[in-house]
Design a protein around this ligand. Structure first.
Ligand SMILES: C[S@@+](CC[C@H](N)C(=O)[O-])C[C@H]1O[C@@H](n2cnc3c(N)ncnc32)[C@H](O)[C@@H]1O
Length: 209
C-alpha cells in the first residue's frame, strides 16, 4: 500500500506536475538538474506548429521574446516559421540556458518579464505556463506592443491537478479575452505518446477593455 502511495506521489511530483505546485524554486531546481538530458527526453516534432505560425506579419525589425526558452526550441520554431527579427530568450534555469543555442538570453524568474511596457512584437512561450501561472499572461500583455502577437501553450490533461496553471479551453479563452487579447485562435496541438498534451493559442494585443 505504502509502495503504491509513494509511486503515485513520485509520478505526480516528477512527471505530471514537475514540482509546479510546490514553488518556482523547486521547478527551477529540477530543470537545473535535468538540463543535460532535456533534449534527449523531449524529442519534439514541431512540423505542424511551424506551419501554423507562418504569419505574413513578421518583419525584420521586429523583436520577439521566448518566455521560458529552455534549450531554445520555441526560438527555433519561430525562426523556422519565418520570423526574421531578433529573439530574446528568458528562463529561470541557468543550466537550461547553458544548453540554449541562441545568443540573446536573460536569466530571470517569471512571471515578471524584465522588459519595458509595449516593447515587443511577438511573445512565444511553449510548455511553460503551467509552471508559472496566469500572472504571466498579464505580463505578456504589458510588454507586447498594441497589435503584437502572443503564441502560448495551455496544458490540457490533468487540469484539476494544476489549478490556476492549466485551464479548460473555454476558461483559457475567457482569461485571454478578459486581459484584452483579441482574435484568440487555436493554432495547433502538441501530442506526447499519442495524448494531446497542449493546445497552442495565438492572440493579438488590443487596447485595454
Ligand atoms: C518544459 S520546459 C519548456 C522549455 C521550452 N520552452 C520548450 O518548449 O522546450 C519549461 C521551462 O520553463 C522554465 N521555467 C519554469 N519555471 C520558470 C520560472 N518561474 N521562471 C523562468 N523560467 C521557468 C524551466 O527552467 C524550463 O526551461
Amino acid at each position: 500500500m505504502l509502495y503504491i502511495a509513494v509511486s503515485i506521489l513520485v509520478i505526480w511530483f516528477f512527471i505530471l506536475t514537475q514540482g509546479a505546485m510546490f514553488s518556482r524554486k523547486v521547478v527551477i531546481w529540477l530543470y537545473n538538474n535535468g538540463a543535460g538530458v532535456y533534449d534527449l527526453i523531449k524529442r519534439h516534432d514541431d512540423t505542424q506548429l511551424i506551419q501554423a505560425l507562418q504569419f505574413n506579419t513578421y518583419a525584420p525589425e521586429q523583436i520577439a521574446l521566448d518566455l521560458a526558452t529552455g534549450t531554445g526550441r520555441a526560438s527555433s520554431v519561430l525562426a523556422r516559421a519565418g520570423f526574421r527579427g531578433k529573439i530574446l530568450g528568458v528562463d529561470g534555469s541557468r543550466s537550461m540556458l547553458q544548453h540554449n543555442r541562441q545568443t540573446a538570453l536573460v536569466e530571470a524568474t517569471l512571471p515578471d518579464i524584465p522588459v519595458c511596457d509595449c516593447s515587443v512584437d511577438v511573445i512565444i512561450s511553449l510548455e511553460a505556463l503551467e509552471f508559472i501561472g496566469a500572472a504571466m499572461l498579464d505580463e505578456a500583455y504589458r510588454v507586447l506592443k498594441i497589435g503584437g502577437r502572443l503564441i502560448i501553450t495551455n496544458r490540457t490533461p490533468f487540469t484539476g491537478l494544476m489549478p490556476g496553471r492549466c485551464f479548460s479551453d473555454k476558461r483559457f479563452v475567457h482569461i485571454l479575452a478578459n486581459i484584452g487579447f483579441l482574435d484568440i485562435q487555436k493554432a495547433s496541438k502538441i501530442h506526447y505518446v499519442g495524448i494531446k498534451f497542449y493546445t497552442v493559442y495565438t492572440a493579438i494585443k488590443g487596447e485595454h477593455p
